[in-house]
Write a protein that binds this ligand. Sequence first.
Ligand SMILES: CO[C@H](O)c1c[n+]2c([nH]1)[C@H](O)[C@@H](O)[C@H](O)[C@H]2CO
Length: 446
Amino acid sequence: MTSLVKRFPRHFAWGVATASYQIEGAVNEDGRGASIWDVFSHTPGKILHGDTGDIACDHYHRMREDVNLMSQLGISNYRFSISWPRIFPMGYGQKNSRGLDFYDQLTDQLLQENIEPLVTLYHWDLPQALQEKGGWINRDTAFYFRDYAVTVFDKLGDRVHNWITHNEPWVTTVAGHIQGRHAPGLKQPNVARKVAHHLLLSHGLAVESYRDMGKGRIGITLNLHPVYPASSREEDLTAQQLHDAFHNTWFLDPVFTGTYPEELDEILPFDNDFIAEGDLNLIQQPLDFLGVNYYAPHRVRWNPDEISHASLVILPEEPITSMGWPVDAKGLTDLLIRIHYDYGPIPIIITENGAAYEDVVEDGQIHDALRQHYLEMHWDALANSIEQGVPVHGYYVWSFLDNFEWALGYSKRFGIVYVDYLTQQRIVKDSGLAYSRFLREFYEYH
Ligand SMILES: CO[C@H](O)c1c[n+]2c([nH]1)[C@H](O)[C@@H](O)[C@H](O)[C@H]2CO
């Protein structure tokens, strides 16, 4: 492993990541308002096994224990998200001081343990009260988001210097408003362009506000995939182009060039009456970094029945995780090089990378060799990217803890720390111990 640590720069930020609804629990405590995920998870049939985030990892009550465990493992960077309905139970108006206090205490605890926070403002848990006013279909939500962001910047900005406005607006747009498999559970493709635009507008408003308030770094996190054609046939090359627009440039282009990709109009035609003068300038304002969530590449073949006119192809011989996602670390290198050369020298942080596998507790240990190998292959791919000139500044494992995996509930485990949901016991998996050893070597070397 020693050779690998030498391939990363001295100040490279190694960390772990989580998200509020997936780990906190305490959904009815200390003034928290309902989120769209509380409503969605309590709607019969939406979540596997009827699981909900009501308790999750009980992190709201175990925060100090969890931060201490990170410190024991030698983790020095922690990405977490803030639950908007803990701060504004109705989404706007009267703020909830006890909700702010939780994140205030979490931030102080992290800093006491020399762990640098990276805070995501929105990881999908919209206040239900705003959904009842139209949610992201309503342009007002973008401005309520800005006001929420300003409140959090004001409370934590003296100690938090690294911010992410949105986690994966594509998922909110597509899974939440086209496919219906995520909250708010809508199947309305005709609103998708508007939802995506309002999410991006809210990003721009938050960045603009931060520039007036803070001196730290702010970016956005996008879920991105390299897209490979299944063959050199013309139709598969067309599928690659359209799928790339649907999954990648739909959000990369407005953020970095202030335009929407024309290919998208073939897939999701729209009348641009919801785009106001100045919106795109606001959306494309300079960022300090791009957060990239990478798990797997997409290999596609032409399929006009799919919204992106493409179907994913999994090769019979390629290894997959328990999510059915291919294991292909070179895809990370290909993706980062493409971003670097298509969108300029923007610093990149891998804000999520990890794998779900079936974990078995044996004599109090979890020998998750497949997850450990997945992670180590991706660290090597990341080093290759850096050696090819891509300015990668950090990497966060998804996830620190096993947690609520959205529509799949607790059936999928991504953690480097195992959570026994009956007892809430934490058990560090072999992959977590390996990460700890790697970090120790890295810090000793540098
Ligand atoms: C294609 O994977 C996406 O980029 C993605 C994967 N994941 C995510 N986005 C979300 O940001 C996390 O909340 C999920 O728990 C995590 C694991 O599913």
